[in-house]
Design a protein around this ligand. Sequence first.
Ligand SMILES: [Zn+2]
Length: 313
Amino acid sequence: MGETLDESAAGRYKPAMNWLSNFVLPKIRAVVTKKAVPDNLWTKCPGCEQMFFHRELEANLHVCRNCGHHLRIGAEQRLKILFGDGGFTRIELPKTIVDPLKFRDRRRYAERLREGQAALGVGSDAVVVAHGQIDGSPCVVAAFEFQFMGGSMGIAAGEAVVTAAKLAVLQEAALILVPASGGARMQEGALSLMQMPRTILAADMVKEKGLPYIVLLTDPTTGGVSASFAMVGDITLAEPGAVVGFAGARVIEETIHEKLPDGFQRAEYLFDHGMVDLVVPRAELRTTLSRILGLLRDPHPSPAVSLGSPEAS
Ligand SMILES: [Zn+2]
C-alpha cells in the first residue's frame, strides 16, 4: 500500500516540479538577477579590494575612501563632475557610416555596436559631446565612454571629436577632451587609424582660434588615442594613477627585455617626466579647470581689483 501511495504522490508532484523549474524558477532568477540585486550594488576597489556600497562610492565621485584609487567612470558621470551645478547640454552627433568593412571576428561588429548602444545609452558610439559653462567659462567637453567597446576610436569617435572642436570654435569656447580608451578600433581597420590625423587637425582648429585646448587624461589612455589628440593639449591634466601610454607595459618589457621602473605609464610618472602638467584628484577637477580657464581667457586681470580705484589715491 505504501508503495502505491508514494508512486501516486510522485506522479502528482512531477508535473508540479516541472512547472516550478521551467516556469517559476526562471522568473525568480530574472527578477533576482536583473532588478532586486543588480551586480553594481557593491563594487570592489581595484586598488585595495575593499567593498563599497554604490551610493557611498557615488557620493565620493567613485574614488576609494580607503586607498584613494580613482575608479573608472562613465562619460555621463564625467560630464556631471566637470560641469557641476551649472549643468550641460549634450549635442546630437552626426551620423557616420556604420561597419564599413562588414567586419566579423568571433561576433559581428554591427552586433557589438548594437549591444553597446543598448547597454549604455550613451548614443551611437563611444564619445559623448556636451557644452556648458564651468564657473562662467564656456566649454565644450568630449568624453570617452570606456565601457563602449573599450572607448576605442573609430570613425564615429573621430567625428565626435571634430564636431566638438567645430562647436568650440563656433561658441568661442574652450575645448576639453577626456579620453578613456584602449586605442584605435580594429574593426574599422585603416579607417580608424585615419582618425588620428583627423583629431589632431580638430585640435589645431581650436588652437588657431586662440581658444584653450585642454586634455584630461583618465584611466586608461592608450594606443592610437594617446598617439594623437590626447598628447597635444595646451594644458594636459591627468587623474591620479591613470595609465597613459602607447603600448602596454608587458609588451614593452617583452620587446626590450628589460624591467620597467615602478609606476611606469602612470599619471604621476608622466608628471615627473614632463608629459603631464598637473595630476588632479577628481574632487578638485572642476575648480582646477575653472582656475586654468580663468587664467587662459583673461591673462591680464584688471589691476583695479587689488589696487582700488585711481580716484581714491
Ligand atoms: Zn581602495
